[in-house]
Write a protein that binds this ligand. Structure first.
Ligand code: CTP
Ligand code: CA
Length: 225
């Protein structure tokens, strides 16, 4: 039987979640992407819906999405499409959780025909994509809660705290890639949450579904208690 939450503080709240990678096209058959499975963001979207929130999931290209029909899914491919989907929804959002692994760079131009191989190799010019989390942080109202993620390979705490500041987020969830039970392509994750109020809350490695509940419990206790 499905776990049922009693009507709680997230009942009827409008929540926007991003998940998955983005694919940035090089030509009609090739792209720049990353290893994100989207599982953490999808687990968050499902757990939020099960608590009665009205969830919109902006989902990049992933192998398996959600079976939860109550979740509104907006499928996108590129960082620009994800940006536009989020910006058009954010004004009416109570809580935004940006769990997507958005490409930071995208080919400046997309070839209309398949690029042929040449002897001298190939140089691509990449342009910076829009930072979705930062953009919503800039227009965030006082009654809106914004949560970001951070993935670091070095100086992780310092970088997570910098992201909390620079993106004007209420909370940053740091993914520890250093741990073998965390990160891409696995079903477990180990996170530490940094809050605007200066708290640092470390969790053990656990299944992504349970990590989702830890994150939601933390958001609820700080913002919807
Ligand atoms: N993010 C975003 N839009 C982007 C890039 C990142 O919304 N174009 C969000 C991610 O969804 C995540 C947070 O910003 O919630 C941090 O992403 P991360 O890749 O760790 O940080 P960046 O700011 O992109 O910096 P860098 O990759 O250089 O560490
Ligand atoms: Ca990045």
């Amino acid at each position: 039987q499905r776990l049922q939450y009693k009507p709680g503080p997230l009942q009827g709240k409008k929540v926007l979640v991003t998940a998955g990678p983005t694919y940035e096209p090089i030509d009609p058959v090739r792209f720049i992407g990353n290893h994100s499975s989207g599982k953490m963001g999808i687990a968050l979207a499902e757990a939020l819906q099960e608590r009665g929130a009205l969830v919109t999931l902006v989902l990049g290209p992933v192998a398996s999405g959600t079976g939860n029909k109550q979740i509104e899914v907006i499928n996108v491919v590129t960082a620009q499409q994800m940006y536009e989907a989020c910006m058009s929804r954010f004004a009416e959002t109570d809580l935004a959780i940006m769990a997507a692994a958005v490409a930071d760079f995208s080919p400046e131009t997309t070839a209309t025909e398949k690029i042929k191989k040449k002897d001298e190799g190939l140089q691509l010019t990449l342009a910076k994509t829009k930072d979705i989390l930062k953009s919503i942080g800039q227009v965030k109202r006082n009654n809106q809660v914004v949560v970001g993620f951070a993935l670091e390979t070095n100086n992780e705490q310092e970088h997570a705290l910098q992201k909390l500041q620079s993106k004007n987020a209420d909370m940053i969830v740091l993914n520890s890639l250093a741990d073998k039970d965390a990160g891409f392509k696995v079903d477990t994750n180990k996170v530490t949450i940094f809050t605007k109020g200066g708290q640092r809350i470390a969790f053990d490695a656990k299944p992504k579904k349970e990590v989702a509940n830890d994150i939601i419990d933390t958001i609820t206790s700080l913002h919807y208690a």
